[in-house]
Ligand binder design. Structure first.
Ligand SMILES: [Zn+2]
Length: 258
């Protein structure tokens, strides 16, 4: 499932292909975008910058338009130099940007829209996003203010998924971060101290930033999908259970997370 680090890694791979360059070709194979005329509207324009915030990715074009993408649970970005073929069939491609013989492709993307820069800034969903967990300097004050503004009875594991509180954490990193900080994800947010909340963020940032750099999200999972195994810290059996309104599975060790 794409989380902030997945998106940041995709942006990192896209930049050398597209930044400062005019795509040779832009295609929107999905019928939903057939009438949008993006290839015409973006023709001849260089990509000035590729940015991310949490799970959102933005391709900025020199004419003041921005392609905004969010992959939700199903989407993926891929970069395909000659000889590398996508695992997903091309009929599931929503957007193809070709530069030379390299293609940048968004597959199965439920959110893909072309906005003006000003609309992207004013958009309520985007303006309401919490601080980016991957930012060079994390805004702890804003994170804590948003956390304290949330329902205090909500479990901390579930609260970490709220992109208005902190942008970029998904199901994997919510479980891993609570484990690393030794905090029980089921504890009501109101019972979690500022210090503990900061410790959760401090624990996950280096791991997510490393994954954003290397693309290696899968290695060294301590609790995520390891239910039934012994905890590496205390030997207690790791558990899994659905949490929150969306019943997203939380993995945790009842022995050493308090
Ligand atoms: Zn344990």
């Amino acid at each position: 499932m794409p989380e902030g680090d997945t998106i940041a890694y995709a942006a990192k791979r896209m930049r050398p292909v597209l930044e400062g360059e005019v795509p040779d070709e832009i295609r929107t194979p999905q019928r939903r975008h057939a009438m949008d005329r993006w290839p015409e509207r973006l023709a001849g324009q260089a990509v000035t910058e590729i940015t991310t915030h949490g799970k959102h990715l933005f391709l900025h074009f020199e004419g003041g338009l921005v392609l905004h993408s969010h992959l939700r649970m199903t989407g993926a970005w891929g970069v395909y130099p000659p000889g590398r073929r996508p695992r997903r069939p091309m009929r599931r491609a929503w957007l193809v940007l070709r530069r030379g013989s390299t293609e940048v492709v968004q597959f199965d993307g439920p959110v893909l829209e072309l906005l003006t820069e000003s609309r992207a800034r004013l958009d309520r969903r985007l303006a309401g996003l919490g601080p980016d967990v991957l930012a060079d300097e994390f805004d702890y004050a804003r994170f804590l203010a948003r956390l304290r503004g949330d329902d205090p009875t909500r479990g901390i594991g579930d609260a970490l998924l709220d992109q208005r509180t902190v942008a970029g954490i998904g199901n994997l990193w919510k479980s891993e971060s609570c484990f690393d900080a030794g905090v029980d994800p089921w504890r009501p947010t109101g019972d979690v101290s500022d210090e503990e909340a900061r410790a959760i963020i401090d624990a996950v940032r280096p791991r997510m930033r490393q994954s954003a750099d290397t693309g290696d999200q899968a290695s060294d999972r301590r609790v995520f999908r390891r239910h039934g195994e012994a905890c590496s810290r205390c030997g207690t059996t790791i558990r899994a259970r659905g949490q929150g309104d969306d019943n997203r599975t939380t993995f945790w060790c009842p022995g050493c997370q308090h």
